[in-house]
Write a protein that binds this ligand. Structure first.
Ligand code: CMC
Length: 392
């Protein structure tokens, strides 16, 4: 094994150079293209942040308008793709539906899949940004048995998504500006996070020169896991179970610390952040504000706060430097907005999409890129002779 480094989970291995996102895990710093996350969350918009991540600079107002117009123009799905949603069982989880629909989407655009043709990459970028919210809303509509809502291109990305998700053809849908603003901000907070599991997946698949749709479809599957984006759904289920069973949060935490099978404090801990997750701080503030403005008095918020309080004062968590991550409070906000928990990770995917695209594009234009191909340390049998079936 001489030259091979053993690094399970790539704890210490950099597989690329990147100009996109900077994280300092000890100091709790996160910046997109140099801009601090709190400034972007408070002053920018999701579409502008998407532009920033993908093109490397803040757009002028003309550039932003052009980009926003392009996204609005491409929100519709091919009619044949609508039929696709009927192939899934009614109770299908929307994450595999989302991922499958994204790879299916590529089959409708077979003349623009070349990863090295700049024009084709541009149009694929716009199509994905514009159509993922439509796919996500259709996946939701299918799961609740309601009619699909066509996009309304007079609306921006977030407004359109909310209307397609919660609107009904029979009646006008009234957008709540509190919800629009909060969701836009949550999408910004999720928009990139350098080489996390799903982004690394997008890069690994893309490193074989797979097209953007297939690479991102793979990333969506990675995101669905409960240790990654699936944690936001898992947190809410954990809080719901505690509420239903009436179990004392302190007792629950004892079970977590004893590492009872399958019991983890979901929404806590992070590979990189060891003091706090700057996104979690912003989300917690937003949870308080949004729940109050929506008049949603959710007992689960109190349970979450109790768990956090117990954890932050407990040696187990302090020694291991475990703090709330971005997923700890997001589910409570999504729930107050009216999303069912199965949709939470889908919201994460819509938010993360600009990051996946930016990272895929960066890799494709980086002359140092090679196909991803980790090594292993073989621990199996030494050479042995085949034994014919009759002699075994
Ligand atoms: N609850 C209880 N113990 C934990 C937790 C937790 N949430 N997270 C880590 N630990 C313990 C772990 O058991 C280990 O203990 P020991 O040293 O005694 O073996 C120690 O802390 C180090 O943990 P690790 O699993 O080696 O750390 P990692 O960097 O491999 O994993 C993580 C990071 C995020 C997967 C993990 O903290 C975790 O499973 N958290 C819960 C799931 C979660 O909230 N995921 C969302 C992550 S942030 C957003 C995203 O990426 O999507």
């Amino acid at each position: 094994t001489g030259l091979v480094t053993y690094d399970v989970g790539f704890v210490n291995t950099a597989a690329c150079k990147s100009d996109i996102t900077f994280i300092d895990g000890d100091q709790g710093i996160l910046r997109y293209r140099g801009y601090p996350i709190d400034q972007l969350a408070q002053q920018s918009t999701f579409v502008e942040v998407a532009y920033l991540l993908i093109y490397g600079k803040l757009p002028s107002s003309d550039e932003l308008k052009r980009f926003d117009d392009l996204i609005r123009r491409h929100t519709m799905l091919h009619e044949d793709l609508r039929a696709f949603f009927n192939g899934f069982p009614r109770d299908a989880h929307p994450m595999p539906v989302l991922s499958s629909a994204v790879s299916a989407l590529g089959t409708f655009y077979q003349d623009s899949l070349d990863p090295f043709d700049q024009d084709q990459v541009e149009i694929s970028t716009v199509r994905l940004l514009a159509k993922l919210p439509t796919i996500a809303a259709y996946a939701h509509k299918k799961s609740v048995g309601q009619p699909f809502m066509y996009p309304d291109n007079s609306l921006g990305l977030v407004e359109n998504f909310l209307r397609m998700t919660f609107g009904m053809p029979a009646e006008p849908y009234e957008l709540d500006p509190v919800v629009v603003k909060a969701l836009d901000q949550l999408f910004i907070l999720h928009a990139d996070h350098e080489q996390n599991c799903s982004t690394s997946t997008v890069r690994l698949v893309g490193s074989a020169h797979a097209n953007m749709f297939n690479s991102i479809s793979a990333g969506i599957h990675a995101l669905s896991g409960p240790l990654h984006g699936g944690a936001n759904q898992a947190v809410l289920e954990m809080l719901g179970q505690l509420h239903q069973s009436g179990e004392d949060p302190k007792k629950f935490m004892e079970r977590v610390k004893n590492k009872e099978a399958g019991v983890r404090l979901m929404g806590f801990g992070h590979r990189v952040y060891k003091n706090y997750d700057p996104r979690a701080a912003l989300v917690k503030k937003s949870a308080d504000e949004v729940l109050e403005k929506l008049g949603a008095n959710d007992p689960l918020l109190d349970i979450a706060k109790q768990l956090e309080e117990v954890a932050l004062a407990d040696d187990y968590f302090v020694e291991r430097r475990l703090y709330p991550n971005v997923d700890f409070y997001t589910g409570l906000i999504y729930k107050a907005m009216g999303f069912e928990s199965k949709m939470f990770t889908v919201l994460f995917a819509i938010g993360r999409l600009p990051g996946w695209i930016a990272q895929w594009r960066e890799m494709m234009t980086d002359s140092e890129t090679k196909i991803g191909r980790p090594r292993q340390i073989y621990t199996g049998e030494a050479e042995r002779d085949y034994v014919p079936l009759d002699n075994r």
